[in-house]
Design a protein around this ligand. Structure first.
Ligand code: GLN
Length: 280
């Protein structure tokens, strides 16, 4: 049995080498959870001893992580943008790449009152990040899954964001009126993609990850619906796979969107594509 010091507990990261891309960070987060302390504590007090019950709880969490369960599920939350969001197995776990979509949405619309909708909101991550940055925007979030709607509402309330409304329904269908911008991180992974057999995605709902037509089916469906819900000059923005930029641009151009362009994520991959709807 290892000595139950903070330093000894952190050294257990070694056991996550095969199942995680971030073993050290994972162990730090699990340990902080068990101790109820911030990460700085781990570096300041490496000799601090865990109590028997803390040690036991740490062992349980570590064992589940070794089995592949995502850290976000073990903790019950994931930090996204400036927000702490509750997560559940009903939705995708928010990813850092998606912050690129938030940045681009903020860059495209001037800082004055606007109506913006997030389609397939999941935890509410994108909608809530926009709402916290732009208190004068009216943000609407939709999701067809009741579990996601409840979670997004819970996250809005928890972060005291009163300018967000979460509605149940598929993509644009629950929206009323027209919007300055529609954003979405829809499922975009091809059903046969081997990526689905590895890591955290195995614990996330396929309905949030996978789309037919090489991952393009939902993007196409949303792009077709959106003109009925966009103001003249309104923007449509998608997150998509690193290799889908060309297909998404072609889809938007074929449907008559203008100013179609793609921006890259921090890894240098094409990640977010935008188009502008001119009332036709
Ligand atoms: N980027 C995520 C992944 O590769 C997928 C997100 C999505 O399908 N919308 O795991």
């Amino acid at each position: 049995m290892t000595e139950p010091s903070v330093a000894a507990a952190l050294a257990r990261a070694e056991q996550l080498a095969d199942c995680s891309e971030s073993p050290r960070l994972d162990v730090e987060l699990l340990l902080c959870e068990v101790l109820g302390k911030p990460r700085s504590f781990l570096f300041t007090w490496p000799e601090h001893l865990l109590s028997a019950s803390e040690q036991q709880r740490f062992e349980q969490l570590l064992a589940r992580r070794i089995q592949g369960e995502p850290v976000a599920h073990l903790l019950g939350y994931r930090d996204f943008w400036t927000l702490r969001l509750k997560v559940s197995p009903d939705t995708l776990i928010p990813r850092p790449d998606t912050e690129r979509l938030v940045e681009q949405a903020l860059a495209l619309l001037p800082n004055r009152p606007a109506r913006v909708a997030d389609l397939g909101t999941g935890t509410g991550a994108i909608a809530l990040a926009l709402a916290v940055e732009r208190p004068q925007w009216e943000v609407v979030a939709t999701d067809r899954h009741p579990g996601a709607v409840a979670l997004a509402r819970d996250n809005a309330e928890h972060n005291a964001l009163s300018n967000v409304t979460v509605l149940q329904g598929s993509w644009c269908e629950p929206l009323i009126g027209r919007f300055d911008m529609l954003v979405s991180n829809p499922p975009y992974i091809d059903p046969s993609d081997p990526h689905l057999q590895q890591g955290d995605v195995r614990f996330e709902p396929l309905s949030a990850l996978v789309a037919e037509e090489e991952g393009m089916a939902d993007i196409r469906q949303i792009a077709q619906q959106a003109p009925g819900y966009l103001l003249d000059g309104g923007w449509l923005l998608f997150e998509h796979g690193y290799d889908q930029g060309e297909q998404v641009r072609a889809c938007l151009a074929a449907l008559g969107y203008d100013e179609v362009a793609t921006v890259r994520d921090l890894g240098g991959n094409e990640r977010v594509t935008q188009g502008r709807w001119r009332g036709k």
